[in-house]
Design a protein around this ligand. Structure first.
Ligand SMILES: *Cc1c(COP(=O)(O)O)cnc(C)c1O
Length: 483
């Protein structure tokens, strides 16, 4: 029954809830006659148990982190503790209106100020904004601040350097901020090539953006030399902190020479994400950039919390109201439940889990970069090509074994890439069964490539023509006249 559309189980007159009659006098018809709906609205009519079962069953059709391993590289799909959902639903938080005065929302400001202080400590930076609503939004914010800084020094510059392993949002943010992208090649080990960097550096370079550890899951071990070279031409060093799950509690971007770092609270700090949001991408900066931070800013004055107007040099507001406050409450809860030691252990276990998978799979898939991984490991499906099996086939087949696929075909510098990030919240048993499935699929590729071409078989829909499906969406339900 619950394979049907909710419209198909609808029966006229069924009710889930019944609102009591209005007991205040009504005041004639306030809506003009010509704007009133003439017919039935066409919503399904179902009982409360039917609607609950409908959505519970729908929730099982998709893969999600509460259902099984979700090793989507770069996305840090860790388990989201349910206590986060309890705290962010406290009525003191949900009942606050964004226009409410500071004296009536002390708890909200307190939480934001404290979260900011904690993130500054975790990153080793001096100032922070919580306004950006995502990592990419944080990148843009950081770039605009660096731009304002250069312009204030009378030295507007043109270019921003990224390595060829950069996440796609980096070049997009650079262009949006009005700069040119300069891409440099990684060296044979997958790290920043210092010679290529030095060649690209000149007095027109405004900044370099680096993800550390990189999207290859590798720590940039020469980061101090990179910082020295970048600062040597008067440029700023930006860290894409999306991979902070490999550093948190162990190493700080501020100690590596970074001037700016954005964080993805929705990745590292355990708030649910995927499908477009909501997220939170705080940006932390060193002292010389604090005047450029967006505002208004929540600050503590004596024993009260107030909204401080931005400094005259501020880049202004970059988001409505406070940013995504619910995400901040979840991240704050996570930090406080874990404590400093807990955060460090999470990082250590994320790294151990990735390296464990690396060892289990390194004889079955190609490993283009052999250095020890941090929190994720990037394989290549190259050796399966001789059986006419591609990485996309491996990804689809994994769904039949109950796992979400890793990130595929990224980073771009790895051919047939399979980017696996297990996170710290998976047990050894779960990692073992994921590795078993990956190994079985490699065997299937040799024995039965046709099977892999048609996978998946156990999901509500099988193999789609993804290009066609994305271009010719057909999701509209056409209600029959009865509704
Ligand atoms: C996820 C990610 C981003 C972008 O973050 P969003 O919150 O999705 O905008 C940027 N860089 C890297 C390396 C990422 O993994």
């Amino acid at each position: 029954m619950y394979d049907k559309l909710i419209y198909d189980i609808s029966e006229q007159g069924k009710r889930g809830v019944r609102l009591s009659a209005i007991d205040i006098p009504t005041k004639g018809n306030l809506i003009p006659e010509n704007m009133l709906r003439k017919g039935r609205i066409g919503l399904p009519e179902v009982s409360e148990p039917e609607v609950v079962r409908h959505f519970i069953n729908l929730s099982g059709k998709n893969h999600h982190i509460d259902k099984g391993l979700y090793p989507l590289g770069s996305c840090t799909m860790k388990y989201n503790p349910k206590i986060n959902e309890v705290t962010c639903r406290l009525s003191g938080f949900t009942g606050v209106h964004p226009f409410q005065k500071a004296e009536d929302s002390q708890g909200v400001l307190h939480l934001m100020v404290e979260l900011g202080e904690e993130l500054k400590e975790i990153t080793g930076m001096d100032g922070i904004t919580l306004q950006p609503a995502a990592g990419a939004h944080g990148e843009l914010t950081g770039l605009l601040m660096m731009r304002a800084y250069h312009e204030a020094n009378g030295d507007p510059r043109r270019k921003v350097i990224i390595p060829d392993s950069a996440h796609g949002t980096n070049p997009a943010s650079i262009i949006t901020a009005g700069y040119e992208v300069v891409q440099i090649k990684s060296d044979a080990e997958g790290l920043i090539d210092l010679d290529a960097l030095k060649e690209a550096l000149d007095d027109q370079v405004a900044a370099m953006m680096i993800t550390n550890p990189s999207t290859l899951g590798l720590f940039e071990s020469r980061i101090l030399e990179v910082a020295e070279a970048v600062h040597g031409v008067g440029a700023q060093l930006y860290m894409d902190g999306a991979n902070l799950n490999a550093l948190m509690g162990v190493a700080r971007p501020g100690d590596m020479g970074f001037d700016v770092v954005h964080l993805n609270l929705h990745k590292t700090f355990s708030t649910p994400h995927g499908g477009g949001g909501p997220g939170s991408g705080p940006v932390a900066v060193k002292d010389h950039l604090t005047p450029y931070l967006p505002g208004p800013m929540p600050v503590k004055e004596d024993d009260r919390y107030v909204w401080a107007e931005p400094s005259p040099k501020s880049i202004g507001r970059i988001g409505a109201f406070f940013g995504n406050f619910g995400v901040m409450v979840r991240a704050y809860t996570y930090i406080h439940m874990m404590g400093g030691d807990g955060l460090r252990k999470a990082t250590e276990r994320a790294i151990i889990n990735a390296n464990y998978l690396r060892r289990l799979l390194e004889n079955h898939y190609d490993l283009p970069y052999k250095r020890t991984s941090l929190h994720e490991v990037v394989f290549s499906g190259d050796r399966l090509l001789k059986h006419d099996v591609k990485t996309i086939d491996v990804a689809k087949r994994l769904l039949d074994y109950g796992f979400h696929a890793p990130t595929i075909y990224f980073p771009l510098i790895v051919h047939e890439a399979l980017m696996i990030e297990p996170t710290e919240t998976e047990s050894k048993a779960e990692l073992d069964s994921f590795a078993d499935a990956m190994i079985k699929i490699a065997d299937e590729a040799a024995d039965n490539a046709d099977l892999l071409h048609s996978a998946p078989f156990t999901t509500p829909v099988g193999r789609l023509n993804e290009a066609a499906a994305a271009r010719a969406l057909d999701v509209a339900y056409k209600p029959n006249d009865e509704l």
